[in-house]
Design a protein around this ligand. Structure first.
Ligand SMILES: NC(=O)c1ccc[n+]([C@@H]2O[C@H](COP(=O)([O-])OP(=O)(O)OC[C@H]3O[C@@H](n4cnc5c(N)ncnc54)[C@H](OP(=O)(O)O)[C@@H]3O)[C@@H](O)[C@H]2O)c1
Length: 292
């Protein structure tokens, strides 16, 4: 039995689908069972729980061989944060896996580091450290930014005004990976016990600026107007003011400021030398375009 915490999410849903189609037994942990309605109900056990609630994890991990963490607390709100979910919640999952003798597969981020300017990356680093020190047989999968998420956000804002919203200047190149490719690697990590002790890093073939991506989203949507920009000064102000009342908004403002200046480029080739049959989906393919 494989427990997927975050099995209702963008990545987790694809991972669950891949495991089910291999005929494996899958249990999904969710705070809200309604979120799991799109999963194959007859083939997936859905269990209510929260990674912040150790008791619920005790119930969810009964009889489990591999615990998968595809959760994050980046967008909040109220008590949901990288500290409570990505650091402490993942530590709870590791502890629960240890009790039942299960292996652990942790979804993390390329750039996870104690000194990162991004809280999420610091908390992912803490989770990695905890899992490795725990003695639980662990595989870590780090990914760059999921392009489908950013395409959705840009498309939504473009859909309303005809112009996608870009935070900051949007001219810093960033590596984007398709969640399809990440799901294929996570499936490999779950099903191949020989990967325990490994840390894999996966990115996509494209290092694009947000302005590039916004233009590509416009082309795919049959629009041609340039993106609107939320100036960096507004993001700084947001972080310093409303960010105190609504920490998730402060966190998002600080993260977008970091994404505007930190080196987030990545060479996708190495993992494909290890797993030559992993898909490598381009932004062009995700958008159904002939070129970006
Ligand atoms: N998005 C990216 O660009 C990116 C890049 C690199 C790595 N990652 C990592 O990849 C993984 C999946 O990301 P995603 O974008 O696919 O996520 P997503 O679609 O936003 O879904 C987040 C998931 O986390 C679960 N979750 C959040 N708080 C929880 C809690 N307290 N207890 C239990 N479950 C909780 C949610 O489950 P319910 O709402 O059903 O409870 C949901 O299934 C995450 O670990 C993320 O950090 C993402």
């Amino acid at each position: 039995m494989i427990l997927v915490a975050g099995g209702t999410g963008r990545l987790g849903s694809l991972v669950v689908g891949r495991l089910v189609s291999r005929g494996l037994e899958v249990r999904v942990l969710t705070r809200e069972p309604q979120q799991a309605l799109h999963l194959a109900a007859d083939q997936v056990q859905v269990m209510t729980g929260d990674v912040r609630d150790r008791e619920s994890l005790g119930r969810a991990t009964a009889g489990v061989d591999v615990v998968v963490s595809a959760v994050h607390g980046f967008v909040g709100p109220r008590g949901i944060s990288p500290a409570t979910v990505d650091r402490d919640g993942n530590a709870n999952l590791v502890d629960a896996a240890r009790v039942v003798g299960a292996d652990f597969v942790l979804m993390s981020t390329v750039g996870a580091d104690a000194r990162s300017p991004m809280e999420l990356f610091r908390m992912k680093h803490a989770a990695e450290q905890y899992a490795v020190a725990s003695g639980v047989r662990t595989t870590i999968v780090r990914a760059t930014a999921f392009v489908e998420l950013w395409i959705d956000l840009l498309s939504k804002t473009a859909g309303r005004s005809g112009r996608p919203v870009v935070f900051g200047q949007g001219d810093n190149p960033i590596n984007f990976v398709s969640v399809i490719d990440v799901a294929a690697l996570v499936e490999r990590a779950i099903t191949d016990p020989a990967t325990r002790g490994e840390t894999f890093e996966i990115g996509g073939p494209d290092n694009l600026t947000f302005n590039d991506l916004a233009r590509a989203v416009q082309t795919a949507g049959g629009r041609d107007r340039p993106p609107r920009h939320v100036p960096s000064a507004v993001l700084h102000l947001m972080a310093a003011t409303i960010g105190h009342v609504k920490p998730e908004l402060g966190r998002q403002a600080r993260a977008t400021l970091a994404m505007d200046r930190v080196d987030l480029t990545f060479d996708a080739a190495p993992i494909h030398r290890v797993y030559y049959d992993l898909p490598m989906t381009s932004v062009t393919e995700v958008l159904g375009l002939s070129t970006v």
